[in-house]
Design a protein around this ligand. Structure first.
Ligand SMILES: [Zn+2]
Length: 167
C-alpha cells in the first residue's frame, strides 16, 4: 500500500499560529496569585493606599464632602458633582486623608463600597441607552459590557449611608 503523505492533514504554521492566538485570547487577563502576593502592602497592611480612608472631595462650584472608603479597594480621583452635575468633584487635600477602619458613617454620608454585578449590569444598560439614545443596537452584549464595568468585583460604587443600598 502506497503512503500518501499529502493526505495527512498537517496544520501549516499559519494555522498553528492562529490556533495559538485563539487559545491565548481565551485566557482572560488576571494577575496571578504570585503577582498579587508580592505586591507591597501599605504601612497599614492593605493593598491600596486609600483603603478604609476618609477622604475630602471638592468641586469648584463650592461643594465639599468627606467620603469614606469602606474597603481595601480603589476609588476614582474625580467624578460627577451632586451639586452642579459637572464631572468636577475631585479628591483634594490628600494630606488630610485619614485612615479610619472603624469609622461609622453618619446617615447621609457617602461611602465607597464594592460594585455588585447587578449594579454593573444596570450601569452597562444605562450607559448603552445614553450613548445609543434608546436604540440599543441588535447584538449588543450587555453582559460583556457589565463584566468590564464589574472588573471582577474590584470596581468601586458610591452609596449614601443610611439608605437601602448602604452596607
Ligand atoms: Zn460642583
Amino acid at each position: 500500500m502506497q503512503r500518501k503523505p499529502y493526505a495527512v492533514s498537517m496544520p501549516s504554521s499559519r494555522e498553528q499560529r492562529r490556533a495559538e492566538m485563539r487559545a491565548a485570547t481565551k485566557q482572560p487577563f488576571t494577575p496571578s496569585a504570585a503577582a498579587m502576593s508580592t505586591r507591597p502592602l501599605t504601612p497599614n497592611g492593605h493593598l491600596h493606599t486609600e483603603a478604609f480612608c476618609l477622604m475630602w472631595y471638592a468641586c469648584e462650584c463650592g461643594h465639599r464632602e468627606r467620603i469614606w472608603n469602606s474597603r481595601d479597594g480603589v476609588t476614582p480621583f474625580g467624578f460627577q458633582c451632586p451639586s452642579c452635575k459637572e464631572p468636577k468633584l475631585r479628591h483634594v487635600n490628600w494630606n488630610l486623608d485619614q485612615y479610619a477602619p472603624k469609622h461609622v458613617p453618619a446617615p447621609g454620608q457617602r461611602v465607597w463600597i464594592d460594585l455588585t454585578r447587578d449594579r454593573a449590569l444596570e450601569i452597562a444598560r444605562r450607559t448603552v441607552n445614553q450613548v445609543a439614545k434608546g436604540n440599543v443596537p441588535v447584538g449588543t452584549d450587555l453582559n460583556r459590557i457589565a463584566d468590564a464595568v464589574y472588573n471582577e468585583g474590584r470596581a468601586p460604587d458610591l452609596v449614601v449611608y443610611g439608605y437601602v443600598e448602604a452596607v
